[in-house]
Each structure stands twice: as structure tokens, then as C-alpha cells.
Design a protein around this ligand. Sequence first.
Ligand code: ADP
Ligand code: MG
Length: 739
Amino acid sequence: MVRRQESSRGSMPLSELLVSKESKAMASFGVRDLDTMMRFAPRRYVVPAPLRSLHEVGEGEEVSAVVSVVSLRDRVMRSRRGFVLEVIVSDGIEDMPLTFFLTKQHQVAWHRGRLPVGAHIVVHGTVGRNDYRDELQIAHPTYEPYEDTDQGRAFAQRPRPVYPLRQNIAQATMRSAVEKGLEFAGSLSRPVPADVLARRGLPPLEEAVRLVHTPLTLEQMQQGMAHLRYEEAFVLQAIFAQRRAQDQRTPAPVLAAEGPLQGLFDERLPFSLTDGQREIGARLTERIGNGHPTSALLQGDVGSGKTVVALRAMLRAVDSGHQAALLAPTEVLAEQHHRTLLTLLGDLARAGQLDAHEEATRVRLLTGSQRTAGRRETLLDITSGQAGIVVGTHALLTENVEFASLGLVVIDEQHRFGVDHRRRLRTKGPAGQSPHVIVMTATPIPRTAALATVGDLDVLTLRESPGQRAGVTSFVVHEKLPKWERRMWARAAEEISAGRQVFVVCARIDEDDAADDAPAPSVLDENGKEQPPALDPARGVTQTAQRLAERPELAGVRVGVLHGRMSGEEKQQVMAQMASGEIDLLVSTTVIEVGVDVPNASVMIVLDAERFGVSQLHQLRGRVGRGEHPGIAFFDTSAVPGKEHSQHLEAIAGATDGFALAELDLRRRGAGDLVGEEQSGLQRTLKHLDVMRDARAIEQAREDAFAVVAADPDLTDHPALAGAIADRLRDADPDVERS
Ligand code: ADP
Ligand code: MG
């Protein structure tokens, strides 16, 4: 589906500028106005073969040659309707015919008009053989007038843009559309101020689009592209700058109280906080205390201690007379978080109960599958403010749950949520104030990627993990090598007999259910073309559980099953059994992907691992090795050893640091997927920017855009920038709130 891209900049509609064939071709890419078309970059460039003489070339060769027209003749074709135009050209030594097969008389006249006898032209084409006469010819070459000067030679040798095409669209149509557009380049909207461009050594827009679409050299093309990349980064950063500026004008609850809950909690912690936890805690404290809404991204590997940091901030909210909400992507995880908080807080969470601490608050869980009576009570606690902390899925915010005074929202695993969700929290605070938001993610984002994608968030990173974790070692296992598989299951059995537990994750629930087959990840070749991956059908949870029960290595092992088609109650029961050790081996889908905490689990087996993304695999292996026992992760794959999927899995297995993985992921998939599929955000629509390659441009654009917005917050003096921002936001998400 092609999304309609309208411009709010009053850009010239292409239907007024181009012939209908051209404007339709552009419209098939959603390009409908001049500004969009001039920023629609070629997919690649072809550089013509070096100029040669005709007498040097042979059949099948691609050739560029300077020739002069000797004679022309045309005749009606006998075999089919149409005309043959034969143009004899010479390079001074050799003659060769150029042959055109044409359907209309006027086409013959058009070529004749451009090819007067004696004219110097440069031709590009492939040398072929005329079978009737057994002589060399060039059929349907492209040609243009040639001027024998340095300039003329350079022009003849210029790279030719190649635009993306759809069915029935000719490259020539796209090129002529763009070339017509270039004549009006002076009327383009220029969101980047001229002084900024000058300072960064970038060509003005009008020149930049010429360099992109009609470069004389690839270096020129790069200069032009540098402008488009910078412009894209600049507009994005201006959006972030405006959002920040708006936050600075928006009131938020002041979460500045020094206790008592947070102090009591700290005193009772069975461990001491790491330096990173302390430092980030202090920064968060400062942010949430200053009366304007904070938006922070708290990132750190699985087990790096984010939850503890976030909980301390939540307690500060309660201490300050407000509430905090903790949102998880699934009900299973919400339940898990609820249990974790109750454990961490002990009697501090038991307000209203006999054994409560006198300073205690209530920690409530609200999920969709709750029974009505319990649910009503919970809602009452939320509305009255009795519940200081509320845990739930993000339905908590979309359903009309009334908080007495919501001061802080902590969102776990932002890649499942969409960063832009937090914009919708704006009005959820008390008296129209905006609550603070902390987004926790275990998929750390390299710095420039974070700037380009979530640049309005304060990025806080926990780099070290608390010492106790025993860690995980990962291995790739090839399904087709039965010895390896046997060894893997035997290893799992050894761990189970030593009292530990095992997770087995499948890509789908049921093998008999075709609709359930998880879509295989797309693979891009080096040209960015999608390759259909040849993968075996994925194994299902149901069948895997049956097969495992029959494996001799696993005789007597208690196997449990968990997947998204079970009721909330069933799921909860299975998780409880896993937590209490009544299940030895749990076969599940990725419902356990994030956050599930079974410290006794030591083995993670991912079946058909090639179907999972980098961060998913990393999350999954982070489920084991969380306690005192070292973890082992097996990525079991049907991919051929040494082939791409297999190498990729080896790379993941070998990378332990979340940042190394994030970069691996970025290189492989691009930034769009970085923050997840449900992202409604800006990052999915990056057109020219590559967050790894363009790191410098992104940093510079950020500095420049923040300065522009600081000096002119409403962009009154920068209408072109304001227009580009509006376009960008509409592109990113038609429903997104403009701010
Ligand atoms: P994350 O949310 O980043 O995955 P958690 O906050 O859940 O990490 O912490 C993982 C485990 O480490 C939990 O069992 C937690 O209680 C424990 N933990 C957190 N901080 C520390 C610390 N400073 N020292 C020791 N253990 C810690
Ligand atoms: Mg956690």
C-alpha cells in the first residue's frame, strides 16, 4: 500500500508540472509534489563504460563510444507492425549500424530529428549481432549529442541515476519527470537555514538536488546526498528539540520527597547498589523533581538492575503523594512484575494488612483477565489513591482508568510498546499535569541510533551488571546433525537432574496450523534486495512437547507448556509451577521472551532460532544464568552450517555485550526495526539516513536544530522548517499528536 504523501508546505503538485504518465509513475511511489520528488533519491547509479572506439569492441560488450552519423534509412517491417530505423555511425575507422525497432511513424521522425548526418553523438549500448547479415550492431542504444571538450567528455561519462521502478514504468519516465522537476528547484522548500548549511559545508538545496539527480561524478552525487541526509536529520532533531521545549513549558508533579518509602527500601535491600544504579538514580531524581515532565530511556542489558532503579523512582513518586504505574507488554509479564515488586517491597507493599509496615503503600495489579470483584476493588484503590503503585499492561492507559494522581509511568520493554505511546500520557497526570515517563529497554541502542530515533528522550545507560550473575554461554546447534541435537538434550537432562530447569522456545504454537507459521525473517542481499529465505517449517510447541516426552534422554522429566492461546489463568498457573520448580522443562512460545524470572533455570533452548531477531535471542538467553548457576543457551537451527543464517547465529552466540549485538542488529536490519514493529514513530520512515554511517551528520544536525529551536521555539522565523516537521509527523503516523 502506498501512503498518500501530501505536503503542508504548499509544494507544487506534480500533476500540474508533469505529463500524466510521469505524474502517475511518481504517484505509484506516493510521490505527489515537487518537494517530495526532488528528495526521492535514485536507488543506485550506473557509470557508463569508459569511452572506446567502435573498432575495439566485440559482440556482447557494453560500450560507450563517440561517433558521428553517416547515414539513416528506415523501412516498414514485414514480420510485424512497425518500422526499423537503421543509423550507420562511424568512429572514423569502423562503421556500425544502430538499430531501432519502432511502432509509430512519429518515433522515426523524432530520432531522425535528433540524428542529422554528421552529428557527433555519444552512444551507450550493448554490441549484438544482426543474424540476417551476420554483422555487429547496437540495437536500441541510448545516445545524446556530444561536445568534444573536457566538459563534454565528463558529461558523456556521467553516472546515470537509476530510480526504483514498478511494473510498467520506464526508467526514462522517472528520469524525465525528475529532470522537469529540476527546472523548478528554486521553488523548493528549504527547511535548513542557509547559514547552517554554509557552516557545515553543505551545498544549498537547489544545487544538492541537481547533484543527486544529474551528477557529473559520484563525488558530486555524494555531496548532494550529504545535504539530503543532513536535512532529514535536522528536521528530526528539530522535532525532538520542540518536544523538549514543550516539556519545559508543561507542568508535571514534583516528585522530590526524600522518604520515607525510598529510604526504607534502600535500607532493606539485600545488596548494595552498583555505581551505575546510584548515578542513574541520582539523575532520575533530579529530573522527576523539577516540575516538568521527564522522558527518559533507561537502557541496560537483561539483569543489569533496571527494575530496581525504576522502583526507587516509583517509591519517590509515592513518597511525594502521587502514584506510579508500571506497564508491561503482556499480562504474564505484568503478573511477574507484580510478584517481583511485592517480593522486593515486603511489608512496605502491604498497606491495609495486619503485618504491614506503618509507612506501607499498596501495590495493585490490574489485568484484563481479572475477575470483576477483584477488579472493582483494584479500580477503587487506583481512583482513591490507596494504591501507590499499579502494575498492568498498557490497557491501563487506554482504558478509562482514573488515577487519583499519576506522577510517574514506567514502561518496561519499549520495543513492544512504541515510544510514541508516551505522548498519549500527557493528560493522565493530576490537574492536567503530565506524568514523568521512564521507558526501560533491554535492547541497548548505540548512541547515534538513539539520537536519531528517540532523540527527545534522556538516554540513561546501565553498563555493568551486578556481580552475582553467573552469565550465559551460547552455542549454535544444527538440527541436521543428530549427534549435536542428542548432546544438547543430554546436557538439558544433566541440568535437570542437578535440580535446575530448562526453557524450550518454539517459533509457533501448532505445526498443523498453517496460519500460525511464524513469518520467516526477511534477508537482504548486499544491494538491499529482499531474498526469500529458504527455511524449513518451524516446530510447534504442542508437537515439541510430545516429541520431548519420547526422547530417551528426557525420560521422567516433567514437561510444561505455555503459549498465547491459553487463558490468562492457565498461563499464570504454569508460570507459578515453573517458578516453584514443579515443572522441569517448559516448552513455550516467546511469551517468556522478556522479564520472566526463574533464577533456577539454567538452560535456554531456542528451536528454529534463525526465525528470531537478534534482540529476541538476546532477551531469551537472558532468561537463564540469572541466579548462581551459569546459564547455557542453545540456538538450534536447520540452517546449513557456514551459510548466512548460521553465521548470523554464530555472531549472536559470540557477542555477549548488548551494545555489540545492537550494532549487529542495526547493520543487518537497519534502524527501522531497532525499536520494534509496533513503533508508530519517526524512525520507521527514515529515508536517507543510516544511523551507523551518518553518525556525524546526526550529531551535527542535533546541535544545529536544538540551537535553532532554542532561539525560535515556535519556528515563526523558520516556516519551511515548521512545514517540513508537519509533513514528517504526518508521514510517520497520520494519527500522531502534533507537538
Ligand atoms: P533488569 O530489570 O535490568 O533485567 P533487574 O532489576 O530485574 O534487572 O535485576 C536483575 C536481578 O539482579 C534481580 O534479581 C535484582 O534483584 C538483582 N539486582 C539488582 N541490582 C542489584 C545489585 N546492585 N546487586 C545485586 N543484585 C542486584
Ligand atoms: Mg527486569
